[in-house]
Design a protein around this ligand. Structure first.
Ligand SMILES: CC(C)(COP(=O)(O)OP(=O)(O)OC[C@H]1O[C@@H](n2cnc3c(N)ncnc32)[C@H](O)[C@@H]1OP(=O)(O)O)[C@@H](O)C(=O)NCCC(=O)NCCS
Length: 176
């Protein structure tokens, strides 16, 4: 079996080169029409500013940031957000799962999800929660990986080019 063309690791800290690489992945996803908090057109400066905030959260231990890298640099990423109310120490939100279009449909999304679940377990978490665009590629991915579907919130957000999209909420129990 061929080895995957990428490696996945958790970043203990995020430097400027990594912020630039992460900005490139975010820009590609927004240009591709993904509803991931940002409207089109997204500038590289705004994308980098977003990742600098994420970097602050990583440095403070408020979130875990995983990246996938191939020969061209960062090509995918996902986060675990730990910055939750004190009565929810056992869970994390899974957020900003992004794969660059040049490496999609090769199993990287699934590999990032498994790596995020492993990291969450290592951090003592027993419950993960996420939401994603209803009817999108990611919804199929989470369903395929065994996440439990809670339901749909209609008209939750906008697509980058405009127009409402609904969101589907999922959870994953990691105990046992
Ligand atoms: C959703 C997303 C992360 C999936 O990433 P990905 O790397 O393409 O995911 P995978 O490769 O694991 O799976 C995607 C598809 O490729 C298929 N696939 C996986 N490996 C394959 C291979 N070696 N050969 C052919 N097909 C393959 C999977 O079966 C899956 O098929 P399906 O879409 O028909 O169900 C990616 O599309 C993305 O970043 N989208 C934009 C951002 C976004 O919406 N993020 C979610 C926010 S919650």
């Amino acid at each position: 079996m061929n080895r995957p063309a990428w490696t996945i690791r958790r970043l203990p800290a995020v430097d400027e080169a990594q912020i630039d690489g992460l900005a490139g992945v975010l820009l590609d996803c927004v240009e591709g029409g993904a509803s991931v908090s940002f409207m089109h057109p997204l500038t590289r400066e705004r994308a980098a500013a977003f990742w600098r905030l994420v970097a602050e959260g990583v440095a403070a231990g408020r979130r875990a940031l995983l990246v996938a890298e191939d020969a061209h640099g960062i090509c995918g990423t996902v986060q675990l957000v730990f910055d939750l109310p004190e009565n929810q120490p056992h869970r994390a939100d899974l957020a900003k799962m992004l794969v660059h279009r040049r490496v999609r449909r090769q199993g990287l999304g699934a590999a990032l999800m498994r790596a995020a679940e492993t990291t969450a377990r290592e951090c003592g978490k027993t419950l993960l929660v996420l939401d994603t665009v209803t009817g999108g590629d990611a919804e199929r991915l989470y369903t395929r990986l065994g996440w439990s579907r809670v339901g749909v919130i209609p008209g939750y957000a906008l697509f980058p080019q405009g127009g409402y999209c609904s969101t589907t909420v999922f959870y994953r129990e990691l105990g046992g």
